[in-house]
Design a protein around this ligand. Structure first.
Ligand SMILES: NC(=O)c1ccc[n+]([C@@H]2O[C@H](COP(=O)([O-])OP(=O)(O)OC[C@H]3O[C@@H](n4cnc5c(N)ncnc54)[C@H](O)[C@@H]3O)[C@@H](O)[C@H]2O)c1
Length: 315
């Protein structure tokens, strides 16, 4: 190596961030070019490649955004494992039946995502019924409307148990499954996807611990993206805005109680005041983005939290 290139390598080396310095300085090989050409060739189709025959687990998919994602991914070609808590087993069965009518395979794995053993069982069920796992969507979440000074420790623990520990349980057990299967490749990465929110970018009043939990999801997917890239696994999250669902019915009722507004007006007013596109979102708006994140078109996207809010937060 001549002195100019040595100086360049040293300068680049010095600019490398703290975590990156833990990797040895990389020197390109001729195989790298070949790999890039192979990936380019695999990408040469101008339409979105089908997800035919792949399998996905979607937590909290008996209703709302999870259900819309399940139906959309089934239309994209995925076989789908539907999950929710036992109280929503009826909803799970109906979604699974709808997917089978679309000509895809579907199974139901009732599990509480806060319990790691149940998450392991859920993954086992999915693999047994649908074959190797390709994609995990940690969608299940809860909300609570509460003033920051009225929050109890139990409120805070419960929120983090579902929205953060639940996501961590699903992402980590799915990642272990993907790695043990050995089927993730640069041109076919395994996909970890989680639900964040606009409040993961800017907290909402009366949603303090919910907002904090959705910030945590952003941090988690960034860490997963960095640590699992070498295993050919990507990690991303979606950040919806104001989406018509059972969750917003709960927010409507609680905010209406505190403000004196009519419950039916809360969401409409918020969407009107805050959203550039000036409407309340529907679960299918979110499912379209998740369809991209779960598809081969997003293979080079990792560590991102993608907003789908009709123009509330601009990044
Ligand atoms: N609705 C919105 O406006 C909105 C906005 C931003 C983000 N989100 C996020 O999107 C995701 C889906 O929200 P939604 O609006 O469809 O809500 P929803 O309440 O309609 O659905 C959430 C589902 O998760 C399930 N769930 C809750 N705890 C669980 C657990 N421990 N184990 C397994 N399943 C569990 C629920 O039973 C429910 O079926 C959530 O993570 C939510 O925080 C929603």
């Amino acid at each position: 190596m001549n002195s100019t290139s040595l100086r360049f390598v040293r300068q680049v080396g010095m600019r490398r961030s703290h975590w990156a310095t833990q990797r040895p300085l990389y020197r390109a090989t001729s195989a790298d070019k070949g790999n890039r050409r192979a990936i380019g060739a695999a990408y040469s189709s101008l339409s979105r490649p089908s997800s035919e025959g792949k399998s996905v687990i979607i937590t909290g998919s008996s209703r709302g955004i999870g259900k819309a994602i399940a139906l959309r991914l089934a239309a994209d070609g995925y076989n789908v494992c539907i999950n929710d808590v036992s109280a929503n087993q009826g909803g799970c069965d109906k979604v699974a039946e709808e997917i089978r009518r679309m000509g895809r395979r579907a199974c139901v794995a009732v599990a509480d995502v806060t319990k790691r053993d149940e998450v392991k069982d859920m993954i086992e069920t999915s693999v047994r019924e649908l074959g190797p796992l390709h994609t995990m969507i940690a969608n299940a979440g809860i909300v609570q409307v509460q003033h920051v000074l009225e929050l109890s420790d139990e409120d805070f623990h419960r929120m983090f148990a579902v929205n953060v520990f639940g996501v961590q349980n699903c992402l980590s057990e799915a990642a272990k499954q993907l790695i043990s299967q050995g089927n993730c490749r640069p041109d076919q990465p395994g996909k970890l996807i989680a639900a964040s929110s606009i409040v993961g970018f800017k907290a909402f009043p009366l949603l303090p611990h919910y907002s904090a939990s959705k910030w945590a999801v952003r941090g988690l997917v960034q860490a997963y993206a960095m640590e699992l890239a070498k295993n050919n696994i990507t990690a991303n999250s979606y950040a919806p805005g104001i989406v018509e669902s059972a969750m917003w019915d709960l927010i409507d009722a609680a905010v209406a109680k505190r403000t004196g507004l009519d419950p039916s007006e809360v969401t409409e007013n918020m969407a009107h005041e805050m959203t550039a596109i000036d409407r309340v979102s529907v679960p299918e708006d979110v499912a379209k983005l998740v369809s991209f994140l779960a598809s081969r078109d997003s293979d080079f996207v990792t560590g991102q939290t993608q907003l789908v809010d009709g123009g509330i937060i601009f990044t």
